[in-house]
Design a protein around this ligand. Structure first.
Ligand code: GLY
Length: 350
Protein backbone atom coordinates (compact mmCIF):
# COMPACT_ATOMS: atom_id res chain seq x y z
CA UNK A 1 0.00 0.00 0.00
CA UNK A 2 1.35 3.44 -0.93
CA UNK A 3 0.13 6.99 -0.51
CA UNK A 4 0.43 9.98 -2.82
CA UNK A 5 -0.56 13.31 -1.28
CA UNK A 6 -2.08 16.01 -3.47
CA UNK A 7 -1.58 19.62 -2.42
CA UNK A 8 -4.49 21.58 -3.82
CA UNK A 9 -6.95 23.97 -2.14
CA UNK A 10 -7.02 21.22 0.46
CA UNK A 11 -4.46 18.43 0.77
CA UNK A 12 -5.68 14.89 0.44
CA UNK A 13 -4.30 11.41 0.12
CA UNK A 14 -4.58 8.94 -2.71
CA UNK A 15 -4.04 5.52 -1.19
CA UNK A 16 -3.10 2.80 -3.68
CA UNK A 17 -2.84 -0.94 -3.07
CA UNK A 18 -4.38 -4.36 -3.59
CA UNK A 19 -7.23 -5.26 -1.24
CA UNK A 20 -7.39 -1.86 0.45
CA UNK A 21 -11.17 -1.52 0.06
CA UNK A 22 -11.17 -3.41 3.37
CA UNK A 23 -9.41 -0.39 4.91
CA UNK A 24 -11.73 2.18 3.33
CA UNK A 25 -13.74 2.77 6.52
CA UNK A 26 -10.70 3.40 8.64
CA UNK A 27 -9.09 5.58 5.96
CA UNK A 28 -12.31 7.59 5.73
CA UNK A 29 -12.52 8.00 9.49
CA UNK A 30 -9.04 9.51 9.37
CA UNK A 31 -9.89 11.83 6.49
CA UNK A 32 -13.43 13.02 7.26
CA UNK A 33 -14.47 11.59 10.62
CA UNK A 34 -17.43 9.30 11.12
CA UNK A 35 -21.05 10.07 10.15
CA UNK A 36 -23.36 9.19 7.29
CA UNK A 37 -21.90 7.92 4.02
CA UNK A 38 -24.02 8.27 0.87
CA UNK A 39 -22.66 5.83 -1.70
CA UNK A 40 -23.25 6.59 -5.38
CA UNK A 41 -22.69 3.72 -7.83
CA UNK A 42 -23.97 2.54 -11.19
CA UNK A 43 -25.99 -0.67 -11.32
CA UNK A 44 -23.08 -2.90 -12.36
CA UNK A 45 -20.66 -1.63 -9.74
CA UNK A 46 -23.36 -1.63 -7.08
CA UNK A 47 -23.98 -5.32 -7.86
CA UNK A 48 -20.28 -6.16 -7.72
CA UNK A 49 -19.06 -4.08 -4.79
CA UNK A 50 -21.97 -2.15 -3.25
CA UNK A 51 -22.83 -4.58 -0.45
CA UNK A 52 -19.17 -5.09 0.43
CA UNK A 53 -18.49 -1.36 0.52
CA UNK A 54 -21.52 -0.70 2.73
CA UNK A 55 -20.55 -3.52 5.11
CA UNK A 56 -16.97 -2.18 5.39
CA UNK A 57 -18.17 1.36 6.10
CA UNK A 58 -20.76 0.18 8.62
CA UNK A 59 -18.03 -1.85 10.31
CA UNK A 60 -16.19 1.45 10.82
CA UNK A 61 -19.25 3.13 12.33
CA UNK A 62 -20.84 4.83 9.31
CA UNK A 63 -24.56 4.94 8.63
CA UNK A 64 -24.82 4.11 4.94
CA UNK A 65 -27.29 4.69 2.11
CA UNK A 66 -26.87 3.88 -1.57
CA UNK A 67 -27.98 5.59 -4.79
CA UNK A 68 -27.85 3.46 -7.94
CA UNK A 69 -28.21 4.69 -11.51
CA UNK A 70 -27.88 3.10 -14.98
CA UNK A 71 -24.22 2.96 -16.06
CA UNK A 72 -22.80 4.80 -19.06
CA UNK A 73 -21.84 8.29 -20.18
CA UNK A 74 -25.44 9.06 -21.17
CA UNK A 75 -26.36 9.00 -17.47
CA UNK A 76 -23.94 11.86 -16.79
CA UNK A 77 -26.66 14.43 -17.23
CA UNK A 78 -28.71 16.98 -15.34
CA UNK A 79 -31.50 14.47 -14.65
CA UNK A 80 -29.21 12.04 -12.81
CA UNK A 81 -27.51 14.91 -10.98
CA UNK A 82 -30.86 16.19 -9.63
CA UNK A 83 -31.84 12.64 -8.65
CA UNK A 84 -28.62 12.31 -6.62
CA UNK A 85 -29.22 15.70 -4.95
CA UNK A 86 -32.79 14.64 -4.06
CA UNK A 87 -31.42 11.37 -2.65
CA UNK A 88 -28.88 13.25 -0.49
CA UNK A 89 -31.67 15.49 0.82
CA UNK A 90 -33.99 12.52 1.48
CA UNK A 91 -31.19 10.84 3.41
CA UNK A 92 -30.74 14.08 5.36
CA UNK A 93 -27.05 14.22 4.58
CA UNK A 94 -25.46 17.14 6.43
CA UNK A 95 -22.26 19.06 5.92
CA UNK A 96 -20.44 16.80 8.36
CA UNK A 97 -21.32 13.73 6.28
CA UNK A 98 -19.71 12.35 3.16
CA UNK A 99 -20.58 11.26 -0.38
CA UNK A 100 -18.74 8.17 -1.64
CA UNK A 101 -18.25 7.81 -5.41
CA UNK A 102 -17.90 4.06 -5.98
CA UNK A 103 -17.21 3.44 -9.66
CA UNK A 104 -15.63 4.77 -12.81
CA UNK A 105 -15.30 8.22 -14.33
CA UNK A 106 -19.01 8.81 -14.87
CA UNK A 107 -19.79 8.02 -11.23
CA UNK A 108 -16.91 10.14 -9.93
CA UNK A 109 -17.90 13.13 -12.06
CA UNK A 110 -21.58 12.88 -11.11
CA UNK A 111 -21.11 12.19 -7.40
CA UNK A 112 -18.35 14.79 -7.16
CA UNK A 113 -20.50 17.46 -8.80
CA UNK A 114 -23.45 16.53 -6.55
CA UNK A 115 -21.12 16.88 -3.55
CA UNK A 116 -19.96 20.28 -4.85
CA UNK A 117 -23.58 21.50 -5.19
CA UNK A 118 -25.36 19.90 -2.24
CA UNK A 119 -25.63 22.40 0.61
CA UNK A 120 -23.07 24.47 -1.33
CA UNK A 121 -20.48 21.77 -0.86
CA UNK A 122 -20.02 18.62 1.17
CA UNK A 123 -17.01 16.34 1.30
CA UNK A 124 -16.66 13.32 -0.94
CA UNK A 125 -14.42 10.31 -1.23
CA UNK A 126 -13.49 8.66 -4.50
CA UNK A 127 -13.34 4.86 -4.60
CA UNK A 128 -12.49 4.32 -8.27
CA UNK A 129 -13.19 0.89 -9.73
CA UNK A 130 -11.81 1.43 -13.25
CA UNK A 131 -8.26 1.98 -14.44
CA UNK A 132 -9.32 5.22 -16.12
CA UNK A 133 -10.78 6.60 -12.90
CA UNK A 134 -7.77 5.49 -10.84
CA UNK A 135 -5.16 7.11 -13.08
CA UNK A 136 -7.07 10.23 -14.05
CA UNK A 137 -10.64 11.21 -13.30
CA UNK A 138 -10.74 10.46 -9.56
CA UNK A 139 -7.73 12.72 -8.94
CA UNK A 140 -7.62 16.49 -9.28
CA UNK A 141 -11.14 17.58 -8.40
CA UNK A 142 -12.73 18.02 -11.82
CA UNK A 143 -16.42 17.17 -11.58
CA UNK A 144 -19.04 17.65 -14.27
CA UNK A 145 -22.09 16.61 -16.21
CA UNK A 146 -22.61 16.73 -19.97
CA UNK A 147 -25.04 19.16 -21.62
CA UNK A 148 -26.72 18.69 -24.99
CA UNK A 149 -24.14 21.11 -26.43
CA UNK A 150 -21.13 19.09 -25.31
CA UNK A 151 -19.19 17.08 -22.78
CA UNK A 152 -18.48 18.27 -19.23
CA UNK A 153 -19.97 21.72 -19.91
CA UNK A 154 -21.41 22.14 -16.40
CA UNK A 155 -19.24 21.31 -13.43
CA UNK A 156 -17.04 22.47 -10.60
CA UNK A 157 -13.53 22.08 -9.28
CA UNK A 158 -14.18 20.26 -6.02
CA UNK A 159 -11.32 18.21 -4.60
CA UNK A 160 -12.09 14.89 -2.92
CA UNK A 161 -11.17 14.39 0.74
CA UNK A 162 -9.60 11.01 -0.01
CA UNK A 163 -9.09 8.63 -2.95
CA UNK A 164 -8.95 4.89 -2.27
CA UNK A 165 -7.53 2.96 -5.26
CA UNK A 166 -7.92 -0.76 -4.63
CA UNK A 167 -6.27 -2.24 -7.72
CA UNK A 168 -7.75 -5.67 -6.97
CA UNK A 169 -11.12 -4.21 -8.05
CA UNK A 170 -9.71 -4.01 -11.60
CA UNK A 171 -10.04 -7.80 -11.93
CA UNK A 172 -13.67 -7.32 -13.00
CA UNK A 173 -12.94 -4.73 -15.73
CA UNK A 174 -14.27 -5.52 -19.19
CA UNK A 175 -11.66 -5.59 -21.96
CA UNK A 176 -13.10 -2.36 -23.38
CA UNK A 177 -12.97 -0.57 -20.01
CA UNK A 178 -9.39 -1.81 -19.53
CA UNK A 179 -8.42 -0.31 -22.89
CA UNK A 180 -10.13 2.98 -21.94
CA UNK A 181 -7.80 3.25 -18.95
CA UNK A 182 -4.75 2.20 -20.98
CA UNK A 183 -5.34 5.18 -23.29
CA UNK A 184 -5.00 7.58 -20.34
CA UNK A 185 -1.88 5.77 -19.13
CA UNK A 186 -0.32 6.10 -22.60
CA UNK A 187 -1.23 9.81 -22.44
CA UNK A 188 0.78 10.30 -19.24
CA UNK A 189 3.79 8.55 -20.78
CA UNK A 190 3.54 10.53 -24.00
CA UNK A 191 3.30 13.96 -22.35
CA UNK A 192 5.41 13.53 -19.22
CA UNK A 193 7.44 10.35 -18.76
CA UNK A 194 9.45 8.50 -21.40
CA UNK A 195 10.29 5.76 -18.87
CA UNK A 196 6.60 5.10 -18.19
CA UNK A 197 5.87 5.14 -21.95
CA UNK A 198 8.60 2.56 -22.63
CA UNK A 199 7.50 0.37 -19.71
CA UNK A 200 4.10 -0.05 -21.36
CA UNK A 201 5.62 -2.67 -23.67
CA UNK A 202 4.79 -4.95 -20.72
CA UNK A 203 1.01 -5.23 -20.21
CA UNK A 204 -0.35 -2.65 -17.79
CA UNK A 205 -2.58 -5.30 -16.22
CA UNK A 206 0.49 -7.11 -14.90
CA UNK A 207 1.70 -3.99 -13.15
CA UNK A 208 -1.33 -2.07 -11.92
CA UNK A 209 -0.02 -0.75 -8.62
CA UNK A 210 3.17 0.76 -10.06
CA UNK A 211 1.44 2.18 -13.13
CA UNK A 212 -1.42 3.77 -11.15
CA UNK A 213 1.08 5.23 -8.68
CA UNK A 214 3.25 6.77 -11.42
CA UNK A 215 0.27 8.29 -13.26
CA UNK A 216 -1.11 9.73 -10.04
CA UNK A 217 2.30 11.21 -9.15
CA UNK A 218 2.43 12.94 -12.54
CA UNK A 219 -1.08 14.30 -12.06
CA UNK A 220 -0.30 15.38 -8.47
CA UNK A 221 2.66 17.44 -9.71
CA UNK A 222 0.55 19.15 -12.37
CA UNK A 223 -2.47 19.81 -10.12
CA UNK A 224 -0.15 21.25 -7.44
CA UNK A 225 0.96 24.02 -9.80
CA UNK A 226 -2.32 24.56 -11.70
CA UNK A 227 -5.38 23.30 -9.85
CA UNK A 228 -7.83 25.34 -11.93
CA UNK A 229 -6.37 24.60 -15.38
CA UNK A 230 -5.18 28.10 -16.18
CA UNK A 231 -2.07 26.73 -17.90
CA UNK A 232 0.06 23.63 -17.40
CA UNK A 233 -2.89 21.38 -16.47
CA UNK A 234 -4.10 21.74 -20.08
CA UNK A 235 -1.32 19.27 -20.98
CA UNK A 236 -3.52 16.56 -19.45
CA UNK A 237 -5.98 17.29 -22.25
CA UNK A 238 -3.65 15.76 -24.88
CA UNK A 239 -6.00 13.97 -27.26
CA UNK A 240 -9.07 15.30 -25.48
CA UNK A 241 -10.03 18.15 -27.85
CA UNK A 242 -10.72 15.81 -30.75
CA UNK A 243 -11.57 12.98 -28.33
CA UNK A 244 -14.45 14.90 -26.77
CA UNK A 245 -15.69 15.79 -30.27
CA UNK A 246 -15.69 12.09 -31.22
CA UNK A 247 -17.57 11.18 -28.05
CA UNK A 248 -20.21 13.86 -28.64
CA UNK A 249 -20.61 13.08 -32.38
CA UNK A 250 -21.09 9.38 -31.57
CA UNK A 251 -23.68 10.23 -28.88
CA UNK A 252 -21.22 8.61 -26.45
CA UNK A 253 -21.21 5.25 -28.29
CA UNK A 254 -17.42 5.70 -28.52
CA UNK A 255 -16.16 5.56 -24.95
CA UNK A 256 -13.83 8.17 -23.45
CA UNK A 257 -10.53 6.29 -23.61
CA UNK A 258 -11.12 5.05 -27.14
CA UNK A 259 -12.05 8.56 -28.29
CA UNK A 260 -9.00 10.06 -26.55
CA UNK A 261 -6.77 7.41 -28.18
CA UNK A 262 -7.94 8.50 -31.62
CA UNK A 263 -7.59 12.15 -30.53
CA UNK A 264 -3.99 11.57 -29.41
CA UNK A 265 -3.05 9.86 -32.68
CA UNK A 266 -4.61 12.72 -34.65
CA UNK A 267 -2.88 15.40 -32.54
CA UNK A 268 0.45 13.53 -32.76
CA UNK A 269 0.31 13.23 -36.57
CA UNK A 270 -0.65 16.89 -36.83
CA UNK A 271 2.19 17.87 -34.46
CA UNK A 272 4.71 15.97 -36.55
CA UNK A 273 3.47 17.58 -39.75
CA UNK A 274 3.67 21.03 -38.14
CA UNK A 275 7.26 20.32 -37.05
CA UNK A 276 6.33 20.44 -33.34
CA UNK A 277 6.91 16.72 -32.71
CA UNK A 278 10.25 15.17 -33.61
CA UNK A 279 10.08 12.84 -36.63
CA UNK A 280 8.99 9.34 -35.69
CA UNK A 281 7.18 10.46 -32.52
CA UNK A 282 3.70 10.04 -33.97
CA UNK A 283 4.59 6.55 -35.15
CA UNK A 284 5.74 5.61 -31.64
CA UNK A 285 2.52 6.85 -30.05
CA UNK A 286 0.37 5.15 -32.69
CA UNK A 287 2.25 1.87 -32.27
CA UNK A 288 1.69 1.97 -28.51
CA UNK A 289 -2.02 2.67 -28.94
CA UNK A 290 -2.29 -0.27 -31.35
CA UNK A 291 -0.46 -2.51 -28.89
CA UNK A 292 -3.43 -1.98 -26.56
CA UNK A 293 -6.03 -2.45 -29.30
CA UNK A 294 -6.95 1.25 -29.31
CA UNK A 295 -8.14 3.24 -32.35
CA UNK A 296 -5.74 5.63 -34.07
CA UNK A 297 -8.17 7.48 -36.31
CA UNK A 298 -11.89 8.13 -36.71
CA UNK A 299 -14.50 7.94 -39.46
CA UNK A 300 -15.67 11.49 -38.67
CA UNK A 301 -14.42 14.19 -41.05
CA UNK A 302 -12.26 17.18 -40.17
CA UNK A 303 -15.10 19.68 -40.69
CA UNK A 304 -17.57 17.94 -38.37
CA UNK A 305 -14.88 17.34 -35.75
CA UNK A 306 -13.84 21.01 -35.84
CA UNK A 307 -17.49 22.10 -35.60
CA UNK A 308 -18.01 19.84 -32.57
CA UNK A 309 -14.99 21.49 -30.91
CA UNK A 310 -16.61 24.91 -30.89
CA UNK A 311 -18.41 24.10 -27.63
CA UNK A 312 -15.27 22.69 -26.03
CA UNK A 313 -14.33 24.26 -22.68
CA UNK A 314 -10.75 24.59 -23.90
CA UNK A 315 -11.92 27.21 -26.39
CA UNK A 316 -10.96 30.71 -25.37
CA UNK A 317 -12.65 33.23 -27.63
CA UNK A 318 -11.32 32.67 -31.13
CA UNK A 319 -8.80 29.95 -30.31
CA UNK A 320 -8.60 26.58 -28.65
CA UNK A 321 -5.59 25.48 -26.60
CA UNK A 322 -4.34 22.06 -27.64
CA UNK A 323 -1.55 19.94 -26.18
CA UNK A 324 0.96 18.59 -28.70
CA UNK A 325 3.86 16.27 -27.87
CA UNK A 326 7.30 17.61 -28.77
CA UNK A 327 8.99 14.25 -28.14
CA UNK A 328 7.92 11.23 -26.08
CA UNK A 329 7.69 12.44 -22.47
CA UNK A 330 7.27 16.13 -23.21
CA UNK A 331 4.60 18.38 -24.66
CA UNK A 332 3.74 21.97 -25.47
CA UNK A 333 0.49 23.96 -25.42
CA UNK A 334 -0.51 25.84 -28.57
CA UNK A 335 -3.44 28.16 -29.17
CA UNK A 336 -5.00 26.99 -32.43
CA UNK A 337 -7.28 29.63 -34.02
CA UNK A 338 -10.78 28.22 -34.50
CA UNK A 339 -10.59 29.00 -38.22
CA UNK A 340 -7.39 26.93 -38.46
CA UNK A 341 -8.62 23.97 -36.42
CA UNK A 342 -10.17 22.06 -39.32
CA UNK A 343 -6.90 22.02 -41.26
CA UNK A 344 -4.92 20.94 -38.16
CA UNK A 345 -7.36 18.07 -37.61
CA UNK A 346 -7.30 17.16 -41.32
CA UNK A 347 -3.51 16.95 -41.25
CA UNK A 348 -3.77 14.54 -38.34
CA UNK A 349 -6.42 12.27 -39.75
CA UNK A 350 -3.94 10.11 -41.60
N1 GLY B 1 -8.49 14.79 -17.02
C1 GLY B 1 -7.70 15.94 -17.12
C2 GLY B 1 -7.58 16.72 -15.86
O1 GLY B 1 -8.01 16.26 -14.81
O2 GLY B 1 -7.09 17.82 -15.88
Amino acid sequence: MGTVTVSAAKSYDIVIGAGILENAGELMRGAVGVGSAAIVADGDVSGLYGDRCEAILRGSGYRTARFTFPGGERSKDAGTLISILDFLARERLSRTDVVVALGGGVTGDLAGFAAACYMRGVRYVQVPTTLLAMVDSSVGGKTAINLAAGKNLAGAFHQPALVVCDVSLLSTLTESAYRDGCAEVIKYGAIADRGLFDSLEEPIKGNYEAVVTRCVEIKRDIVAIDEFEDGPRKALNFGHTVGHAIEALSAYEVTHGHAVAAGMAIAARAAERMGILAAGGAGEIIRKLRLYGLPTTTGYGAAELAAACTSDKKRDGGAITMAFPTRIGSCVLKAVPMDGLESVIRSGLG
